[in-house]
Write a new protein. Structure first.
Length: 389
């Protein structure tokens, strides 16, 4: 028996953030906790949310001590802010780290701390209830799609596997926001490098979701459509960040790819999750670098699906056989990386090669590779890091 969970309400359009207060009142709430970070505040984006709430005569509190890779420590502080300010709804304004943090803060407002029992690797999905306050997500980047994903990635400081902290996932359908406000106007200020990294993150989500081993035909269809939209627009927004139509397509494509990965992800993410704490390399950049070698590794187990991905990426495969089309998909990802000026390898991005054996061992602890089309062993993880170096 399969259970499929469709996304929450999604409101899309330039200026959507102006409806924020209306949505808070729809839930019968009176005092939001705005969860954000310093970058979003400095860019003036949080002010737009605050102004929208003021226009509806809604006071709010703000918690913004969210790290690029949010830790359980900052989650605990956020819960304290929620309770001390007597808040009744959580609003995330930011990228994936902010939205993941907001999910975890929301969880602990009604569930007993600490986060440990709720991680996926200890069966946490069975312990998460739906009695949580409403969550509204306003993504400021087009990449993670955390606004509709079932996961929240948290850096656990209490579970030390080797010599660094470990990223762990809280996975539950109740993690999806009640409302996702997709406002392409908010993403206009993203610089090219961030646009590229988040865009390649979304493309990786689409590819890994489509080839993941779970049976979820709904997600497969959404993943292919997401890849069509993302591949057609990623270079447009990289070269012209003020193209609001293309920004909108990227924002929707990112959202769709993240919905699709409830089908599963793969080895790219198990590898990349280690790099944000041990290199550190931004997640989207790590995904972009790792994606081609992982696709090569998976090729014999996913050839037909890679051929379908090639067509979604805009490649004319009419004169190609299945193998040629699948190879063309990998070549297209490499071409994107070159065009978007991604580092040539993990070494160029800042990884110390001596750390690779440890990273390979830690990657096996990550749940994502369990849905990879080809089974991964520790030696494979080490070899993939080396291939991407």
């Amino acid at each position: 028996m399969q259970n499929y969970f469709l996304p929450p309400r999604i409101e899309f359009g330039d200026g959507a953030i102006q409806n924020l207060g209306e949505h808070v009142r729809t839930f019968g709430c009176k005092r939001p906790l705005l969860v954000s970070d310093a970058g979003v505040i400095n860019a003036g984006l949080l002010a737009k949310a605050i102004d929208a709430l003021k226009a509806s005569n809604l006071p709010s509190a703000t918690y913004s001590d969210i790290e690029p890779n949010p830790t359980d420590l900052s989650i605990n502080d956020g819960v304290e802010a929620y309770k001390s300010e007597a808040c009744d709804v959580v609003i995330a304004v930011g990228g994936g780290s902010v939205m993941d943090a907001a999910k975890a803060i929301r969880l602990l407002t009604t569930h007993a701390p600490p986060l440990e029992p709720y991680y996926a690797d200890v069966g946490g999905i069975e312990r998460v209830r739906d009695d949580m306050p409403p969550l509204i997500c306003v993504p400021t980047t087009a990449g993670t799609g955390s606004e509709v994903s079932q996961g929240a990635i948290i850096t656990d400081t209490s579970f030390n596997t080797t010599d660094r902290w470990r990223k762990r996932a809280i996975v539950t359908p109740f993690n999806m926001s009640n409302i996702a406000l997709l406002d392409p106007g908010i993403t206009l200020g993203m610089p090219p490098a961030l646009t590229a990294a988040t865009g390649m993150d979304a493309i990786t989500h689409g590819i890994e979701a489509y080839t993941a081993t779970k049976y979820h035909p709904i997600a497969e269809g959404v993943a292919l459509q997401a890849l069509k939209m993302l591949s057609a627009n990623i270079q447009k927004v990289y070269h012209d960040g003020e193209d609001v139509t293309a920004r909108g397509e990227m924002l929707l494509g990112s959202c769709m790819a993240a919905f699709a990965f409830q089908k599963g992800l793969g080895a790219v993410h198990s590898l990349a999750h280690q790099l944000s704490t041990d290199a550190p390399i931004p997640h989207g950049v790590a995904n972009a670098i790792l994606l081609p070698p992982v696709m090569e590794f998976n090729f014999s187990h996913a050839t037909e699906k890679y051929a379908e991905i090639a067509r979604a990426l805009g490649i004319d495969t009419s004169s190609m056989d299945t193998d040629e089309a699948g190879r063309a998909a990998i070549d297209k990802i490499r071409a994107f990386n070159r065009a978007l000026k991604m580092p040539k390898g993990l070494g160029d991005a800042g990884l110390d090669r001596a750390k690779i054996p440890k990273l390979g061992a830690d990657a096996m602890l990550d749940h994502c590779h369990k849905f990879n089309p080809r089974v991964c062993m520790e030696a494979d993880m080490v070899a993939l890091f080396e291939a991407a170096f």
